[in-house]
Structure formats: structure tokens, C-alpha cells
Design a protein around this ligand. Structure first.
Ligand code: C5P
Length: 226
């Protein structure tokens, strides 16, 4: 069984969720999707009609009551001020707002605190956890025993996300591609804990790999690290 933290970072639609879930399942570890927590804050920003860039986001982040539960059978559940929001986190509006919301230092501080609590709780109860995000290997869990930076070509990522969203037209795929690249640029260029490969992370280019191949590769990397 996997011990401690495995950090999986990388740009949007590189295969982080599929791989992290598969590795967690195969190794009996817990799984945490950290993007969902930033999405939950962005959802609340939209709920309150605030501008994602504006200073009011910081005040809101201080007031929000966000709760994460990671039940092995139900998957990850997120509640914001008592409301279950999981089903609403993948909307276009939330995806568009989240990089701005996630660039506020106070938001990141609050979300990092939530993540560290969840990680500590699950390492204690389950022994190991696979955590996916943008800054896990660099900032959230620099002590992780295995750090993976997952990538795939821009075209491949655009096709994967389009397939996921049921988009099949050329114009649709190009729009998905543009939105993905814009989000990555904003995630890479923010001042506080940007999307970055940790110096000691193993980069895995998944462009011409199947999901099963990526999971198998990570299982063997995890085995090597013991
Ligand atoms: O992984 P996902 O696409 O759901 O992440 C949504 C957004 O949340 C990212 O584009 C990024 O702006 C933010 N995020 C972050 N740090 C993380 C995970 C996600 O800033 N560790």
C-alpha cells in the first residue's frame, strides 16, 4: 500500500484526475482533488455576484464555510455554507472565473489550510493519499514521497476536454483549446504558488499514452519509491 503523499501536478486536461483516481484505487490510498476547492470558492463568488478579480473576493474567502468529505464509495463531496455544490463545479462559468479567484493570496492561504487539514486527516486514517492540483509538489506537500508532473500536447488536451464535454465540431474544439490555454497561462503566471513542476518531480508526457498506461507508470514509480 502507498504511504504518505503522492503529488500530481500539471496543466488542465493532462489526465491528472483519471490518473490520480486510478492510482489511489489500485494502491488503497485516499484521493484529493484540490481544484474542486478553488472551484467551490469561485462558485460562491458567482453566487454572490462578485467580480472574480475584485477585492471583495478576499472578504468572502474569509467568511466561507467550506467542507470536504472524501468517502471512498461516494467520491469527493464539497459543501459551501451547507450547500452541496459538487455537481456545479465544472460549469463553463466556474472554469472561466476560477484562475482569477485562485490568484488572490488570501484565497490560496485559506484553501491551503483546508487542504493541509484534509491531507493530515487522511494520511492518519488511510496511510496514504494521492493529491492532484497545480502547486502540490511545490507548496502544499513539498515533503511528498513521489511527485509527478503530468503533461500532454495542447492539441491532445483540447481533444480530451472536448470529448469529456461532448464537443465535436471544429469550432467547438478550437474554443475549448483556447479556453484551456488561457487558463494555463493565468495559472502559470500568477505571483503566489503558480502552476510549476517541482525540481524533484518526474515529468510524464501522456500525449500518446492510454489512461491505463499512465496509471501503470505511476504505480511502478510509486513502487520504486517504496
Ligand atoms: O484541476 P482543476 O482544473 O479543477 O482546477 C481548477 C483551477 O483551480 C485551476 O485552473 C487553477 O486556477 C486552480 N487551482 C490552483 N491550484 C491547485 C488546483 C487548482 O490554483 N492546486
Amino acid at each position: 500500500a502507498l504511504r504518505g503523499v503522492v503529488a500530481i501536478d500539471g496543466p488542465a486536461a493532462a489526465g491528472k484526475s483519471t490518473t490520480a483516481r486510478g492510482l489511489a484505487l489500485l494502491s488503497g490510498a485516499a484521493y484529493l482533488d484540490t481544484g474542486a476547492i478553488y472551484r467551490a470558492v469561485a462558485w460562491a463568488v458567482l453566487r454572490d455576484g462578485l467580480s472574480p478579480e475584485g477585492g471583495q473576493v478576499a472578504d468572502l474567502a474569509g467568511r466561507l464555510d467550506i467542507d470536504i468529505s472524501v468517502d471512498p464509495s461516494l467520491g469527493q463531496q464539497v459543501t459551501v455554507d451547507g450547500e452541496r455544490v459538487e455537481a456545479q463545479l465544472r460549469s463553463r462559468q466556474v472554469s472561466e472565473a476560477v484562475p482569477s479567484v485562485a490568484s488572490h493570496p488570501i484565497v490560496r492561504e485559506a484553501v491551503h489550510q483546508i487542504q493541509r487539514n484534509v491531507i493530515a486527516r487522511l494520511v492518519a486514517s488511510r496511510g496514504g493519499i494521492v493529491v492532484e492540483g497545480r502547486d502540490i509538489g511545490t507548496v502544499v506537500a513539498p515533503e511528498a514521497g513521489l511527485k509527478v508532473f503530468l503533461t500532454a500536447s495542447d492539441d491532445e488536451r483540447a481533444l480530451r476536454r472536448s470529448r469529456q464535454e461532448g464537443v465535436t465540431t471544429w469550432n467547438g474544439i478550437m474554443a475549448v483549446r483556447q479556453a484551456l490555454l488561457r487558463r494555463d497561462t493565468r495559472d502559470r503566471n500568477r505571483a503566489v504558488s503558480p502552476l510549476a513542476k517541482a525540481p524533484d518531480a518526474v515529468e510524464v508526457d501522456t500525449t500518446s499514452m492510454t489512461p491505463a498506461e499512465v496509471v501503470d507508470r505511476l504505480v511502478s514509480l510509486a513502487d520504486e519509491r517504496g
